[in-house]
Design a protein around this ligand. Sequence first.
Ligand SMILES: Cc1cc2nc3c(=O)[nH]c(=O)nc-3n(C[C@H](O)[C@H](O)[C@H](O)COP(=O)(O)OP(=O)(O)OC[C@H]3O[C@@H](n4cnc5c(N)ncnc54)[C@H](O)[C@@H]3O)c2cc1C
Length: 389
Amino acid sequence: MKNDYDIAVIGAGPIGAASALGLARTGYRVALVDAHPLKDPVSTDEPLDLRVFAVSRASRRLFQQLDAWPAMAAVRVSPYRHMTVWDAHGRVEFDAADVAEAELGHIVENRVIQAALHQQLRESSIDCFLPDRLERLSLEPSGALLGLARAGRLRARLVVAADGGASPTREMAGIDVRPVDHEQVALVAHIRSEKPHGETARQRFLETGPLALLPLADGRCSIVWSTTPAEAERLRGLSPEQFGRELTLASDGVLGSLMPDTEVVGFPLCSRQAERYIDERLVLVGDAAHTVHPLAGLGMNLGLKDVAELHRVLARARDRGHDSGERTVLRRYERARRPDNQFMLHTLDGINRLFRSDAPGLDLLRGWGMRLFDHSGPIKREVIRRAMG
Ligand SMILES: Cc1cc2nc3c(=O)[nH]c(=O)nc-3n(C[C@H](O)[C@H](O)[C@H](O)COP(=O)(O)OP(=O)(O)OC[C@H]3O[C@@H](n4cnc5c(N)ncnc54)[C@H](O)[C@@H]3O)c2cc1C
């Protein structure tokens, strides 16, 4: 029947688009809704998007399975083969060669990721309601009723909420979140550096928060500089030359003198975890379920792990003739993903606090710990493998 679907996915960001593609390939009849239109393909001469993500190997594998990776690689992706993390007292180096791999991951623009996924959406059987907006939601044991601003009513056996950190769908379902305000703002910009980045991702921990320098395909770096809100406001008020000088100092001069090459945009940082990932005929994925501190570049990667698990659970349900929206089916997904995300959220919050703490002696202890870890051989290799997914 028209407007009657197995699955309605809300949100066509990286997580919603990847969810919809995999579920349609499993044989489900899928509708996808987003407030914005489908993204056009990106051409190689377009300027780089300010939002870039460190994409793990596990995420790249999922993009490959969805046939979206070749389009990303054809525009531009930037491999990073080394990583350096340091503070005033210690340093840890990671190298892809330590685990016999070509690279640790890739830096890819948000727009490039979305355009490649949206190209696959155009070629799929998915009914795309873009642009449209979910306005009403009724979740009943027999199915979900959705009210869209333009297309009117849809019915679905299951709703997948992939509508980001503020998730209106999560709110309509009355699922609580416990936000942790980091009292930090991440400043994001592209910068030019005196020395080449050498395909190395760098992160320096400062008392106010971490500063990341991520290598871009055009030789520049993307910075994610997390600092206190007052300091962020001060830094954004500086001239490019003054900002460049402060950034050079904050980066320890590791790439020589630095200069911003774009506007500097601020993102207030907050971690959140939904109290549950499922409800009657509803499942949360990606930022709608959890947001984490960006210090390890994990947010989207964790969301893509949700997507891979949801694909697995719902493919199995279909093979066995089970209803995709049944709680027993959805619980398998929640049991697999919520503890993993909870663990990462606490770990990242803990690392952020540990490096900001000025408790006496802690700085020296941190430095000792970093040096010990750097020489830990098999433990370090295992951490690299896990981080690569
Ligand atoms: C500074 C910073 C740096 C980061 N760096 C990294 C990194 O290096 N690596 C990484 O993995 N992650 C990183 N992240 C995290 C990453 O940005 C997010 O995890 C990711 O964007 C979440 O994707 P999503 O698809 O869940 O949500 P979103 O990208 O927010 O997409 C949600 C979609 O839902 C749509 N929507 C919302 N409401 C409605 C509605 N009512 N009806 C219809 N549609 C609706 C929106 O239009 C949007 O398209 C970073 C985050 C920050 C803040």
